[in-house]
Design a protein around this ligand. Sequence first.
Ligand code: PBG
Ligand code: ZN
Length: 320
Amino acid sequence: MLKLRPRRLRLNENLRSMVRETNLSVKDLIYPIFVVAGENIREEIPSMPDCYHLSVDNAVELAKKIAALGIPAVEVFGLPEYKDEIGSSAWNMNSPVQKAVAAIKKAVPELVIVGDVCLCQYTTHGHCGKLCGNYVDNDETLKLLQKVAVSQAEAGADIVAPSDMMDGRISAIRDALDAKNFVNVSIMSYAVKYSSGYYAPFRDAADSAPQFGDRKQYQMDFANSREALKEVELDLAEGADIIMIKPALAYLDIVSKVREKINRPVAVYNVSGEYAMVKAAALNGWIDYKKIVTENLTAMKRAGADIIITYHAIDVAEWL
Ligand code: PBG
Ligand code: ZN
């Protein structure tokens, strides 16, 4: 007779739940929102079904719902009213992001607010920094990112999340925040951000596609894994509080490696393209939406993620 029978512990749901190694919780999730100028705007984003462009008033209403569902945090992205060469609307206190952060903080103070710090939505050329010819000038860009981070902290952000992939931005942003006494504003670094085709729906949603070339001179080559650890080491040394890896699903090997190496929280960004593929297949009836989302997000946690930034957050919170 067989002595070892792994199936014994799979006989019913209660047994399975006792030996389950990973549990998805609503507390793991961050919901990204897109804010625009104007009032009473709620327009669905074509490439991201069930995600909306929201004016500040509607963003506040949604934030209340998110908090009521038990989701601990939102990440705020904005579409500005004007763009220029250096992306100056990114640090304008009257831009949609700054206004939404302030209004959400006032209406739902316990909700953690993450501000995405970048320039691509705000520059006419769509690159994530200041151009010098066709080159994104690293050190000049750092000065602008400092302004963006400080403006978001002034608006009330609890966490700033730089997604630009310039070298040295974590220490530059930490210095700028500390100089303004924002010592308790955390930095969640998009430390390992690959140059990825999975960002396409987001670039439509945020109107942030580069007008020439691509982002390969600053975002990482998806063929590389050791380089991810290098980026993580640098960001930890510069003072990142949370390390993010992006995208999620095709990069779970990286998540697992980073998790083994570090003692700070690991986040993953389950990006727009990953979301859109699942939604599209579900809308066609080709997959079971709830099953696939649960499986995908559980896999992210199993790989080692503590935090999952995901457009599925509201759906998941409603199921759990
Ligand atoms: C901006 C930014 C991007 C995303 C988050 N911040 C796009 C990009 O780098 O082009 C992608 C998010 C998503 O695809 O859901 N730097
Ligand atoms: Zn950018």
